[in-house]
Ligand binder design. Structure first.
Ligand code: CMC
Length: 433
């Protein structure tokens, strides 16, 4: 990481001018360091939604929303999606370098040694109602890992202890996720089969059952591996910031990942992929009139938004969406899938891309628009889409958590501007009007 210092910024408040350091990142991104602003001036900055607030310096992921650039540890997402594998990318994110062959073999074998979850955890699944959303189940079970490995609650951990937790969480997450699905359809769970690689194992636990052979389709496994790579990190987004925030109180990694999973669940973040398919289904059931729904999305008196369009940071195109769109077309061709919903998706994309409302606001299809479509073609049920996103994002959350610990970052604790009532005296209940 290179952090260059340059001429300080100046701010004048109540007639006094203060100097504030300017930080310049590797890619020339600039920030005014306001860490001492309140001590110096009594002022804080106000930035709802943290749209202009850098919460940390980070060496994990570089993203340029205007140029549509995404790099993990300096490597372009396009190259990683084409040439790498998900576990290799996980290693890259977590340890900061591409592994050698020996390192990757060891990493894969360390992960596959921990794929089983404690048998007692199976009982949790029995207690969840079958209609429980899998994100709620997954987050709870991941958090429960901390009760099975209480040593993880120590605030001073050796790097070997951290590595063990990292291997455990990476290994168990697919098992936990696939079991949540099996539970939701009332089928017996499938134990992991460690002769499979990471992605194959997940597909096996999702789709195999004890009464028939299940053959993993390499086309599906490859597409899923690519999807997971594309989701693996996205710098200081809502869930990564949550992981860092929770971890900053020295909560353990399992609890921090569980919190990140919950943050991802919301429809404005990872939950959008589920909402995309539900929206397409709704448009289909309504007769497939795409123009009508585009008009609704533009109407400020209507709360309807086109799910899968727009992004907080990508304002030209989402580089992940570009790769995924291609993968989506390839997969659908190879699998020979024809689906009315996909036709509606294509029409929607066409209409929205030329409508001035979307063009002016730079609202392009995002990664979730296409990932929902691919998951559907793979036979992954809609409610599991956000779980798939979480599975992909896991190494990113781990990398963000590790970096926050390594940086010795202080507990996250924003301030506020209070706009409520001024001081007033308590009124006895009988005297209130
Ligand atoms: N449909 C219709 N109008 C939209 C949409 C949309 N999907 N997204 C933004 N707008 C309009 C919005 O009404 C506003 O219009 P105006 O300037 O006239 O008031 C303008 O575009 C700017 O929107 P914003 O809400 O201020 O933008 P934001 O940066 O706060 O929100 C977003 C980004 C992703 C939350 C938003 O675009 C959205 O709700 N999209 C749909 C949900 C979605 O697909 N989320 C997944 C994001 S990708 C996965 C991830 O990385 O988490």
């Amino acid at each position: 990481m290179s952090e260059k210092e340059q001429q300080p910024a100046q701010i004048t408040l109540d007639g006094t001018t203060y100097s504030l350091p300017v930080i310049v990142g590797t890619e020339n991104e600039k920030a005014i360091d306001i860490t001492k602003l309140r001590d110096q001036t009594g002022y804080i900055t106000l930035d709802s939604g943290y749209k202009n607030t850098g919460a940390t310096t980070s060496a994990v992921t570089f993203l340029d929303g205007e140029e549509g650039i995404l790099r993990y540890r300096g490597y372009p997402i396009e190259q990683l999606a084409e040439k790498s594998t998900f576990t290799e990318v996980s290693y890259l994110l977590v340890y900061g370098k591409l592994p050698t062959k020996t390192e990757l073999d060891k990493f894969n074998s360390d992960i596959s040694r921990h794929t089983l979850v404690h048998e007692d955890m199976k009982r949790f699944y029995e207690a969840y109602p079958s209609k429980a959303h899998p994100m709620g189940v997954v987050a709870s079970v991941v958090c429960s890992l901390s009760t099975f490995y209480p040593e993880n609650n120590k605030t001073k951990r050796t790097s070997a202890e951290i590595d063990l937790t990292v291997h455990r969480v990476l290994a168990k997450f697919p098992t936990i996720a696939a079991w949540a699905y099996k539970n939701s359809i009332g089928h017996p769970i499938m134990y992991p089969k460690n002769s499979h690689n990471y992605v194959e194992n997940f597909l096996y636990m999702m789709f195999a059952n004890p009464s028939e052979e299940y053959e993993i389709d390499p086309v599906v496994a490859n597409a899923l591996d690519k999807l997971l790579i594309l989701h693996a990190d996205h710098e200081q987004n809502c869930s990564a910031s949550t992981v860092r925030m929770v971890g900053s109180s020295k909560a353990n990694l399992y609890a921090s990942i569980a919190a990140g999973t919950i943050a991802l669940w919301g429809p404005l973040h990872g939950g959008a992929n589920q909402e995309v398919i539900e929206m397409l289904d709704m448009i289909h059931e309504d007769g497939g009139n795409v123009d009508k729904w585009v008009e609704k999305a533009k109407d400020k008196n209507d709360s309807f938004r086109l799910m899968g369009f727009g992004h907080r940071v990508y304002k030209n195109f989402d580089p992940r969406a570009k790769i995924i769109k291609q993968a989506c077309d390839q997969l659908l061709n190879k699998l020979g899938v024809h689906d009315d919903i996909l036709e509606i998706a294509k029409k929607l994309e066409e209409v929205a891309l030329r409508d001035p409302y979307f063009v002016e606001r730079k609202l392009y299809p995002n990664v979730d628009f296409y990932s929902g479509i691919i998951y559907r073609a793979m036979g992954i049920p809609t409610e599991m889409f956000t779980v798939m996103f979480a599975l992909g994002r896991l190494p990113g959350w781990i990398a963000q958590w590790k970096e926050m610990i390594a940086n010795g970052e202080p507990i996250g604790r924003p301030r506020q501007i209070y706009v409520g009532e001024g001081l007033r005296d308590y009124v006895n209940i009988g005297d209130r009007v």
